[in-house]
Design a protein around this ligand. Sequence first.
Ligand code: NAP
Length: 548
Amino acid sequence: MNATDPQTGSRPPASRDVNFDAIVIGAGISGLFQLHCLRDRLGMNVRVFEAGTGVGGTWYWNRYPGARFDSESYSYAYSFSQELLDEWDWSEHFAGQPETERYLNHVADKFDLRRSISFSSRVKSAHWREATRSWTITLENGSQHSCRFLVTAVGPLSAPTYPRVEGIDSFGGEAYHTGLWPKHAVTFDGKRVAVIGTGASGVQAITEIAKTAKTLTVFQRRPNWCKPLHNRPISKKEMKELRAWYPEMFRICSSTSSCFLHTPDTRKTFDLTPEEREAFWEKQYQTPGFSMWVGGFQDMMTDRAANDEVSRFVARKIRERVRDPKVAELLVPKDHGFGTRRVPQESGYYEVFNQPNVKLVSIFDDPIKRITRTGIELADSSIEFDMIVYATGFDAVTGSLDRIDIRGIGGEKLKDKWRGSLETFFGMLVKGFPNLFMVLGPHAALGNVPRSIEYNVLWITDLLAYMLALGHTYANPTQAGVDAWTESVMKAAEGLLSSEVDSWMTGINQNVEGKQTRIIARYSGSAPEFRAKADAVAAGGYRELELD
Ligand code: NAP
């Protein structure tokens, strides 16, 4: 690395061939923090390329009506800056998208991050150049940049996918994807609206759209188990108390399996009488957030009979809340147990189906045949719409990386490498792709995402600091290191009911070619275990990496 430029505070290019010490792709929660760490802590010359016109990543793109946190706002916030923690007040326990986007803009301003970010800059390709030990990045506008180190901060859920159905481009009305929601105001008043998809995004959007749409038709393929969010405002007094609790709160987050504030109950389901179980679940159902999902009995995710019990409880709640028994039955999942897919948090979702303007269509039984200029055609009927909302999810985990033409040693394509089997080193490095670091790549621990992001960003920063100190310009994981981590990932997924269910977490997306077979896409062991293993790599002097 070269000396710091006194005028700009950043370092000049390391050589004529390398413009930047590091390039970061994405200015979401990961990219902003990674930029801050590399530029302001390590003094690197860093450039961030961001496809959007503003910061925020997920919270920039997913501005659909009803979008909000499913984890407690304060547990989701950055923890790295005491000043930031001291000055930012959350207005709700589960903040809405506009507030989160404001928060991330505040972070960008506070740490003067914008000057290092190029907006409206979608990265098209990233090619490794062995001769210069650098990455060449090409943007969609054709401009090229090079760097020694490349960090992808593209997020595991940022490549939106649409149904593979005939006529999708022929629709003449308004059409939106929840993950690509426009900045301009979208109104539903007096409109006949269709929503396709009932995952976490669909559930939030449906609840909001139902309030004003003339008619809302929900196209559901497979229902999910949803649980009440129980959001409420945070008073000034409560915010003060929360702030005093922050140190303990972050300690709790760092001790729990998925970095949420909720911990599994240490008891097993059948250790309790049916009445005791019922009382426990009733309390959890009334508790805000993911309590019921990640705070359930310890055998809920591994013992089918135990899982059946909690599923029966939630099914009964759905049947109690939805008046029409036929509709209620359609809303009760039959193909997977509670918690084996991501549990959407809802705020009156089931009651929406009691409204006279809302209709549920099960496309599991009656699939969409085609989209026409005026609406949606099923096997025996067609319905006209003014608007179609696609809440059809993402090409998760690998999708956002697959959409960039990433080539490593010898021109090997990352997408091809992963076609056979998914292999990484802690979800952060890939063998054959030197100096490429991923924040929350495949096989990383996810959970309460910002907690995992902060850990991963700091791990990458520490590794780069170590390399700089020793004058290393090259990092590539060894096959032994990759094999050991891959084995840990596979072991962690063994025996989990969630491994036997189709979801984005098992790599399934029927709308993407080649994603019809279940894989293990993320590390499903505990976050403390993930951190302990990754810490051990650092403490051991990164023996699992070829450093040079
Ligand atoms: P998702 O969970 O993958 O849900 C996609 C939905 O679209 C599913 O109901 C799926 O049905 C349906 N679908 C997909 N293709 C279809 C097709 N061709 N025809 C009909 N239906 C189709 O996606 P998501 O709701 O966007 O959520 C993804 C993840 O983002 C969540 O699991 C969560 O981790 C995150 N998220 C978080 C928040 C939050 O924290 N507040 C909010 C939203 C999302 P099938 O189930 O049958 O495939």
